[in-house]
Design a protein around this ligand. Sequence first.
Ligand SMILES: [Zn+2]
Ligand SMILES: [Zn+2]
Length: 239
Amino acid sequence: MIQLPVYSFQVTFLLLSAVMLTRYFLLAGMFRIVCERSRKEPIDKGTISSRQIKRDIYWSVQSSLIFALAGTVLIKLWQAGETQIYYDFQQYGLWYLVFSLGIYLFIHDTYFYWTHRLLHVYQFKKCHFVHHESRIPTAWTSFSFHPIEAVIQALILPVLVILIPIHWTVLVSFLVIMSLCGLLNHLGFDFYPTFLEKKFSLISATHHQRHHKQVTVNYGLYFTFWDKLMKTEAGETHG
Ligand SMILES: [Zn+2]
Ligand SMILES: [Zn+2]
């Protein structure tokens, strides 16, 4: 059974901020190097300015701190016994481990799709423009959000763990998938095979990059279900 060390709110926040910032710089930096050395063709051959990279890093650092704050709230709720995070693999059956991961991904995708559409209307547009300023995204763009958008994105996870039972290992897997998908969608290169996108309705970098340029299509995060259902999908797949 995992026992998280109990620190004060402030110390937990500081530690988690260090984890979030390391996650951002390590993952984005590594993926950027992989992309630059790749023999694959980029999705868009346009130039990426150093100004864009600096701007993406500036907003991503702020978002990472907001995600650290949400993570601190989650840990404190967990330690107070207020969440549905559990430790015994058998508690809900082994089938539930896979099912709960699917449920978390589906709900998060649904939340992302609809809040993302909201961010494209009225005053919210000004916030979301921060993310769209990088019309040709890179790995550095993956956490580049205005603080208001980062707060909207961060709210869902503490709510989910309060409401829906999840084994702590599944929660960790979900966080890894969430981080990787955010990165892969912004790489500017498509690395995974086309059949994953076609057979499992997974969102590719090409799919999301089109959203950065065309703006009114392809709002999803993990899957293309909602875009298909709401007829907001521009059905371009990578080759
Ligand atoms: Zn994006
Ligand atoms: Zn958008």
